[in-house]
Write a protein that binds this ligand. Structure first.
Ligand code: PGA
Length: 251
């Protein structure tokens, strides 16, 4: 199977309204006619609707950085999957390391969020990744295996095409210290093997697995052409159109 590369920009808690619209517009303009790579941007919740408007009719998808695990009701401060779909978002990120490690989200909560997103028809990027302590104590495979299987609990094979994985080693996020292409390929290949066991070889083969963690124009080509790497989830370098577009055009 030839997997289409998928590059996503996670803006995190950055930019203001004007800068968000201007970045989205620049990405849209810069990509005109380029359909070789799937592209999505993930603004803060409050700017989602305006960014959806700014990229309407282009190939750029818009998604949310997080989503509530519950459909509606008394959940102060939360945003439901149906609300996201309602304003034109197509995707939600689930299990980003900052959600897991800064806000204490459990693997079970990430699984519920993923199922809540799929239930309304959103696509999902499920993030997994080990901390530096976990890597140094040879626990990387154990950690990502648990995050993967708990994240995908209850997801039937026919929903798997709505899911993208992102391998994001915590030690590489925002540090400037990216994983090497070999390190990324090793974990991506391991994840694909797990998917093959959890679902089927064909499902594993079709699954896109993004790498995330200090991806920048200078390392994009090496990382994105590595075996089993099908794109990138980009944080810092997605905040400037030039660097994000250079990553999209990594070839
Ligand atoms: P970074 O962030 O590119 O700034 O390292 C990646 C991410 O957190 O998705």
């Amino acid at each position: 199977v030839k997997r289409k590369p998928y590059v996503a920009g996670n803006w995190k808690m950055n930019l203001d309204r004007r800068a968000a619209v201007s970045l989205a517009t620049a990405v849209r303009t810069g990509l005109q006619g380029d359909a070789a790579v799937d592209v999505a941007v993930f603004p803060p919740f409050v700017y989602l609707e305006e960014v959806v408007r700014a990229v309407a009719g282009s190939g750029v998808a818009v998604g949310a950085q997080d989503v509530c695990d519950q459909p509606s009701g008394a959940f102060t401060g939360e945003v439901s999957a149906a609300m996201l779909l309602d304003i034109g978002a197509k995707v939600a990120i689930v299990g980003h390391s900052e959600r897991r490690h800064v806000y204490g989200e459990s693997e079970e909560l990430c699984g519920r969020k993923l199922r809540a997103a799929l239930a309304v028809g959103l696509e999902v990027i499920l993030c997994v990744g080990e901390t530096i302590e976990e890597r140094q104590s040879q626990r990387t495979e154990k950690v990502v295996a648990s995050q993967l299987s708990k994240g995908l609990v209850g997801v039937p094979a026919n929903q798997l095409s709505k899911v993208t994985l992102a391998y994001e080693p915590v030690w590489a996020i925002g540090t400037g210290l990216n994983a090497t292409a070999a390190q990324a390929s090793e974990v991506h290949g391991y994840l694909r093997g797990l998917l093959s066991g959890l679902y089927s070889p064909a499902a594993a083969d079709a699954m896109r697995i993004q790498y995330g963690g200090s991806v920048k124009p200078e390392n994009a080509r090496e990382l994105l052409t590595a075996r089993d790497v099908d794109g990138a989830l980009v944080g810092g370098a997605s905040l400037k159109p030039e660097s994000f577009l250079a990553i999209v055009r990594y070839r």
